[in-house]
Design a protein around this ligand. Structure first.
Ligand SMILES: [Ca+2]
Ligand SMILES: [Ca+2]
Length: 274
């Protein structure tokens, strides 16, 4: 083999190695980006008219009429939402490997579709105690308001909530009944909930033992919920989820990336044969 042939072969190997290295890096970066960004499987949902659930921390049949979305990587958070004429009902299911006796769920509610920190003026907290012990399991509920960078208790709690654990699967359930503005229009401390409007919402999941600071706090990305408003009422058939543009953009980006890599390899191989 002469020097020119050796140089050509070395250049070919270097280029193939470079393309492979670039491809692996691109896949790793892309997969990491998808993991970090895929907060909700549906990050915009229409909240349909459903049934009235019993607020007891148990997932009853009424929730079959709710729309649902999922978040989380290790601790899975399933969120179901539906309305009747006066209340927004939200069920949060936590599929955690190990539940803590002092775990809590806090719903953070924006007064609109805006989702800067200061837009989430309202928080509904369900704090559990002795949660793994069926005999003395309990919970407390607190309405909160965002004030100077933190959530403090409202003067009045304007929602009903309950928490429990399913005996069958050990998941924990947090059930909320939140009144519309027509029932409670406390625009200083609470989100003013109106049919047809879109609200941003986040779910905070953590552990808060008495007289200690919260630990293991996980907060989802924002979820946009639009309260269904049907002309003339009706029983509110569940609507299809809107197209998730974020996930669609990931798929299109991935396909374009793979196509680019294939074209680059074919082009190089064609040149090397000339
Ligand atoms: Ca229930
Ligand atoms: Ca509040």
């Amino acid at each position: 083999m002469n020097g020119l042939a050796l140089m050509t072969r070395l250049r070919k190997h270097t280029t193939i190695t470079g393309i492979l290295f670039f491809s692996i890096c691109a896949v790793l970066v892309l997969s990491h980006y998808i993991t970090m960004s895929s907060a909700w499987t549906q990050d915009e949902i229409i909240v349909p008219v459903g049934d009235i659930p019993i607020i007891d921390g148990i997932q009853d049949a009424a929730w079959n009429k709710a729309n649902v979305t999922k978040s989380g990587e290790i601790d899975i958070i399933n969120l179901k939402a539906m309305i009747n004429s006066s209340y927004l009902f939200i069920l949060v299911e936590i599929q955690a490997t190990n539940h803590d006796d002092d775990e809590y769920i806090k719903l953070l509610l924006s007064n609109s579709s805006d989702f800067e920190d200061e837009d989430f003026i309202d928080a509904k907290l369900i704090q559990t105690r002795n949660f793994s012990k069926a005999d003395n399991r309990s919970y407390i509920i607190t309405d909160q308001v965002y004030y100077e960078g933190e959530y403090i208790s409202d003067n009045q709690t304007n929602f009903v909530g309950a928490a429990n654990i399913s005996a069958g699967n050990k998941y924990s359930y947090y059930e909320f009944s939140i009144p519309f503005a027509s029932v409670n229009n406390d625009t200083l401390n609470d989100t003013s909930i109106v049919l047809g409007n879109t609200f941003a919402l986040k779910v905070e999941f953590g552990i808060h033992k008495e007289d200690q600071s919260p630990t293991s706090v996980e907060r989802t990305e924002e979820l946009l919920i639009t309260l269904e408003k049907k002309e003339g009422g009706g029983n509110g058939d569940i609507e299809e989820f809107p197209l998730n543009l974020k996930i669609l953009s990931y798929v299109m980006f991935s396909i374009t990336g793979v196509a680019f890599i294939v074209i680059a390899v074919i082009t190089f191989q064609s040149r090397s044969k000339i």
